[in-house]
Design a binder for this molecule. Structure first.
Ligand code: UD1
Ligand code: MG
Length: 425
């Protein structure tokens, strides 16, 4: 069955206190909205993002990164129900399922969304909501159930009685709708509530009244719907995500010597028996092979591809680079926009000078197999060092170096005998 998603992202995000739209705040270099869209993308064939505040920036992000996703403007923002209705004209003759979710819950996984849809289908549901249990349910909509345990309605915190507020089952804000059956609800919602908004949550009661099959899928791991409203939430989500990533890596055979001081993005693949030493920070999309040693204090900034048996040592920064097997970048180096062959050795303090601040362009460095770079060398890109060439310590490479040659930039060392003694006497 056809599945499309509507992602709500028009809200103001006031509590972030930021010039950046809330859903474009980042965790490991990827936006909150990016996480949500990546999770739905394996499941849906088309998505709509409802934009409002800072609409242009969010639209631009969507257009640049997600070909199957369209932005739909909601202005003014009259509530979550109103937000979903903005996509209705695009879905007029649509007969499949619609997944509705929020752009500020980056921890939701594709696996959970798939389970949610499977549940919707197997329970012959017309309208399924996701709920979860929180010890502290403050601020969430509460799930009100009938004596027979079926879902009756959702009551928002601001509309809830004290008794309702004590309910710990809350609305996760994720729904699966049989669009043909539910779409009429959106023209019938009212804003007769404490916030004067058109609540999406009211479709539950509407569904019950219109004899639809309404069910709740209870999410066990409530961390997955953790929503970002403030910088404190952002930091907490970062922690949850890191823990999830490190746990998975360790279970897959990667040694993380100190998980408390290691940070690895969810889009990083790492092979078995690789060891990640403390204070290592890895963001963006990367692939690291088997039996590598990374860190301590290494910084991988994304688009890094490392083959097997590679060593990236302390205070080494790597960005947009391909490093072949058995290569060592041991200490205090910067490798950016580069391709390193196999069995390359990079001496301490080597820099690939990849950026020209005048033209604002980046250029590439190629170091072929068996190249040895002496300490404190600078490779001024674009430049190629052919196979087996050696660079002496302190070499500034401004032209291509032929294979198996030695290159040096060195003024002669002068020695003045007894110079110090003479000064002291
Ligand atoms: C909503 C739910 C609540 C649920 C909670 C889960 C409603 C009425 N309440 O509350 O039951 O427990 O999510 O996190 O739906 N948005 C728009 N346009 C609008 C208003 C909001 O696009 O006009 C977007 C926001 O950007 C956000 C999402 O909808 O991504 C949720 O809105 P928010 O105001 O955060 O709803 P909550 O009060 O959290
Ligand atoms: Mg709200």
């Amino acid at each position: 069955m056809d599945i499309k998603a509507i992602v709500l992202a028009a809200g103001k995000g006031t509590r972030m206190k930021s010039e950046t739209p809330k859903v474009l705040h980042e965790i490991y270099g990827k936006t909150l909205l990016g996480y949500v869209l990546d999770s739905v993308n394996g499941i849906t064939n088309e998505n709509f993002v409802i934009v409002g505040h800072h609409a242009q920036e969010v639209e631009k992000f969507v257009e640049k990164n997600y070909a199957n996703t369209r932005s739909v403007l909601q202005s003014p923002q009259l509530g979550t129900g109103h937000a979903v209705s903005m996509a209705a004209p695009m879905l007029e003759n649509y007969e499949g399922l619609v997944l509705v979710l929020c752009g500020d819950t980056p921890l939701i996984t594709a696996e959970t969304l798939q389970k949610f849809i499977d549940f919707h289908k197997s329970s012959n549901s017309d309208l399924t909501l996701m709920s979860t249990i929180f010890d502290d349910p403050t601020n969430y909509g509460r799930i009100i159930r009938n004596p027979d345990n079926s879902v009756k309605c959702i009551v928002e915190e601001k509309d809830a009685t004290d008794e309702q507020k004590s309910i710990k089952e809350v609305n996760a804000g994720i729904y699966c709708l049989d669009w043909k059956k539910v779409k009429n609800a959106f023209s019938q919602l009212t804003s007769n509530n404490a916030q004067g908004e058109y609540y999406l949550t009211d479709i539950i009661e509407w569904g019950k009244k219109n004899s639809l099959s309404v069910n709740a899928f209870i999410l066990e791991d409530n961390e997955e719907i953790y929503g970002i409203n403030s910088r404190l939430n952002l930091a907490q989500a970062f922690k949850y995500m890191t823990k999830r990533v490190l746990t998975k890596l360790m279970l897959n055979g990667v040694t993380i010597t100190d998980p408390e001081s290691t940070w690895i993005s969810p889009d990083t693949e790492i092979g078995q028996d690789t060891v990640i030493f403390p204070s290592t920070y890895i963001e963006g999309r990367n692939k690291i092979g088997r039996n590598c040693k990374i860190g301590p204090c290494a910084h991988l900034r994304g688009d890094v591809e490392i083959a097997d048996n590679v060593k990236i040592g302390n205070f080494v920064e790597v960005k947009k680079a391909k490093i072949d097997s058995n290569t060592n970048v041991g200490h205090l180096s910067y490798i950016g926009d580069s391709e390193l062959g196999a069995h390359v050795n990079i001496g301490a303090g080597t820099i690939t000078a990849n950026y020209d601040p005048l033209s604002k362009t980046k250029s590439k460095t190629w170091l072929k197999n068996h190249v040895k770079v002496g300490s404190n060398s600078v490779l001024v890109a674009p430049v190629t060092v052919e196979e087996g060439a050696n660079l002496g310590a302190g070499t500034i490479v401004t032209k291509n170096i032929p294979a198996w040659s030695l290159a040096l930039t060195r003024s002669p060392l002068k020695i003045f005998s007894d110079w110090v003694k003479a000064k002291l006497s």
